[in-house]
Design a protein around this ligand. Structure first.
Ligand code: ZN
Length: 231
């Protein structure tokens, strides 16, 4: 990427960086997506966020996206992202920013915690770009969900149509809440990774119904299945 020479070009870079900081992006995202120097980004971060950026590694594994609730959040974001890419000529990072804002709106309208951080959303798009993740159509409801690329579409059934068996509800909900909070603060991606085994525990039917409702709001036909779960 060539260094931006014009003042307008730089203004655009700063505007992007500010948008990303406000959404809670990690510094590594800003470094990757803008041409501003590390020192300037650091100053900008402190100015906008009112604190120093958190340190630590970026999440590098695709595993998180495969766990039950994260998969639904990630799928929601990616559906919005793909849609935006189809209907608008946006630069890659601007598509991520816009799709992430729409994702937040959708989730918050449902009174849910956003489980997907903007850093993970950005990461997800990279994983899709380099072929490590893709979307597969659910053979039952027809919605498109984040999967590994080798998923056989004819047999694929999504996490809404085929939720994990129900057990240890309170514990799972607690772990998911913890994961969401940690993700939101975005200073503990490692802490989120630590609760992944817990997040794999089955969801509660209420969360399932809510998730189904907001996916259906996106135009994805939601399964009627959630209502038939044991109370
Ligand atoms: Zn399905």
């Amino acid at each position: 990427m060539a260094r931006s020479k014009s003042i307008l070009g730089e203004a655009r870079q700063i505007e992007r960086a500010v948008a990303l900081i406000e959404l809670g992006a990690r510094l590594q995202v800003l470094e990757s997506e803008t041409e501003l120097s590390y020192e300037r980004l650091l100053r900008l971060y402190k100015e906008v966020a009112g604190r120093s950026p958190s340190k630590g590694q970026l999440p590098f594994s695709t595993d998180w996206f495969m766990t039950w609730q994260p998969n639904i959040h990630a799928s929601l974001f990616l559906n919005v992202h793909e849609y935006l890419n189809k209907v608008a000529a946006l630069e890659e990072i601007d598509a991520v920013i816009k799709a992430y804002r729409l994702y937040l709106e959708q989730v918050q309208a449902q009174g849910l915690e956003p489980m997907l951080s903007v850093t993970r959303a950005w990461r997800l798009v990279k994983f899709v770009d380099n072929g490590m993740l893709t979307m597969t159509r659910c053979s039952s409801c027809g919605g498109h969900f984040v999967t590994h690329p080798h998923e056989i579409a004819r047999h694929y059934v999504c996490g809404l149509c085929n939720p994990p068996a129900r057990a240890g509800k309170g514990r799972a909900a607690g772990a998911l809440r913890l994961g969401a909070l940690a993700d939101e603060a975005d200073d503990a991606v490692d802490a989120v990774d630590a609760v992944i085994p817990e997040a794999l525990a089955p969801p509660d039917p209420e969360a399932l119904a809510t998730a189904a409702a907001y996916l259906s709001g996106l135009g994805l036909r939601a399964p009627a299945r959630s209502g038939s779960l044991p109370a």
